[in-house]
Ligand binder design. Structure first.
Ligand code: SAM
Length: 487
């Protein structure tokens, strides 16, 4: 494939250094520090010549036991899902109140009355990103809907309800039992991000949002460029928003590390302040991303079913061009000379490819579901009284009255889990898991020292269908189930 933009010769060394696989020592040190910081001694990360990194049990687990709770490195809520759910932009917990969640949805539903919007959001390019799926608990799954149902299933809105619900003047019966953290607007004033606490707001600002915020403190030219980048991502593939977060995260970490190292050096030598890229600090800032298994996005993306294999080369070129377009917009918005290698197509393609190969669906169940189930479980006469108010609202919301928060995220430990078609663990949200962390549960007992595996595909599919889906991850499965079925 011809390069769209050749690697800048002045950055070639830095780019190769950034893409070099971490040494066994760096890998061991990084995961040891990560697990220690999380006070997690139940698992370890080990490298294997055949499968690369893998997650191993450092203790015995019983069936159903929690194996791992993993904080995301970066995550985004799908753009259209933002209409349905108001969540903390950092931890993805639902915020506001039951009334606000419902009123806001009814309001936005009213605005887009004749439009239908679905679950496969933000990927209108047709280049959907491959994610391992996160299951919801059975009860949640039975009623949580992913796709907004057609407006045909909805009754007309009761008059004068939406605004009072949104501004807190109309309280729903028993909603105090489902209190949510207040929705704290982004301190930068962008009006896009909301948080469940000041600590989440600060953590997000420090991690990436300070470079991506379009609020009043943002220089107007930069704001315009950022808005253009965001619009392009929303119109094509919201994986670009995640890539922008990963780049911002690295830039901010780089400057923090640099400030710290300068503080140390300036004590001895005041002539050492420079605006040149310090490669060893850039590599250190990039370390968490360097740990993720990656290939270029346009090389590893699965060929969609509707693209004929004879058109594969042109499809991959289109994907590369799309990434190039997005990168140019991001570069205009947040370019940083000292971190120039991060703005090369080679690095951008590998970051998105890393998401393609490792990401987990971000799913958080809606408290609106629990609320209506609670009302339904009330007994006479309380139920009758409550339903006088709640039933018309439920009818107006329609069949899809409760929609879960959906997005995609990269998790540093979960992404080390290798695949098996007879896995001993799975990603599973329990009723108590109210935020965007990844939760991995044992499917059977796991002994200390055993590798922990999940299935990247539906393991009940026939062998060839499983292998075809796994080909998108670049391997043919040789697990005991596949070997047995092949013989
Ligand atoms: C989510 S990552 C898992 C961690 C990975 N081993 C690493 O080194 O980062 C997915 C990649 O791991 C490798 N992998 C996972 N399960 C595998 C398996 N059962 N057989 C061969 N390769 C596997 C493939 O390269 C796959 O694209």
């Amino acid at each position: 494939m011809e390069p769209i933009c050749p690697i800048g010769s002045q950055c070639a060394t830095e780019i190769s250094a950034l893409l070099a696989p971490p040494s066994p020592f760096q890998l061991q040190e990084y995961f040891h520090n990560l697990l220690s910081a999380r006070q997690c001694n139940a698992i370890t990360v080990k490298q294997d010549v055949k499968f690369g990194k893998g997650l191993y049990a450092a203790m015995d687990f019983k069936e159903g036991e929690l194996v791992l709770k993993d904080h995301m490195l970066v995550g985004v809520q799908h753009s259209l899902n933002k209409i349905d759910c108001l969540v903390c932009s950092f931890c993805f917990r639902f915020v506001g109140s039951i009334e606000h969640q419902i009123g806001r949805r009814l309001y936005l539903q009213q605005l887009s009355a004749n439009e239908s919007h679905g679950c496969d959001v933000g990927n209108s390019s047709g280049s959907s990103t491959h994610c391992h799926e996160m299951d919801l608990s059975d009860e949640e799954e039975s009623t949580q809907q992913c796709i907004s149902a057609s407006s045909k299933t909805r009754a007309p809105l009761p008059e004068g309800v939406v605004e009072p619900l949104m501004n807190g003047r109309l309280m729903l019966p028993c909603s105090e039992k489902f209190s949510l953290p207040p929705a704290i607007p982004c301190p930068g004033g962008c009006g896009e991000a909301y948080y469940c606490s000041t600590s989440c707001a600060e953590a997000d600002f420090e991690s990436s949002h300070s470079l991506l915020c379009t609020g009043e403190s943002c220089d107007p030219a930069r704001r315009e460029a950022l808005l253009e980048f965001i619009k392009h991502a929303n119109d094509t593939n919201d994986i670009f928003l995640l890539a922008a977060k990963a780049i911002s995260y690295t830039i901010l970490r780089y400057h923090k590390l640099k400030a710290f190292s300068l503080e140390e050096q300036v004590k001895y030598d005041t002539s050492c302040v420079s605006n040149h890229c310090n490669l060893s600090l850039l590599l250190e800032a990039w370390r968490p991303i360097s740990m993720g298994h990656k290939r270029r996005w346009w090389d590893c993306i699965a060929l969609p079913d509707d693209v004929d294999s004879s058109d594969e080369a042109s499809f991959r070129m289109q994907i590369k061009e799309l990434a190039f377009e997005s990168l140019q917009l991001l570069k205009t918005a947040i370019f940083d000379k000292e971190c120039e290698p991060l703005f090369s197509l080679e690095i951008y393609g590998h970051i998105i490819g890393m998401f393609e190969l490792n990401n987990l669906d971000l799913v958080v169940a809606s408290p609106v579901e629990d609320y209506f189930l609670y009302i339904d479980d009330l007994t006479y006469p309380d139920k009758e009284e409550a339903e006088k108010i709640t039933q018309p609202i439920l009818d107006a919301l329609g069949e899809d009255y409760s929609i879960c928060c959906q997005g995609t995220a990269f998790f540093p430990l979960q992404s080390c889990l290798n695949h098996s078609c007879c896995p001993n663990a799975k990603a599973f949200k329990r009723d108590e898991d109210k935020d965007g962390q990844a939760t991995i549960i044992a499917l059977s007992s796991i002994c200390k020292g055993e590798e922990i595996t999940i299935s990247y595909v539906d393991e009940d599919l026939p062998l060839e269908e499983r292998q075809a889906s796994l080909a998108d991850y670049g391997f043919r499965c040789r697990c005991p189930k596949c070997i047995e079925e092949e013989s």
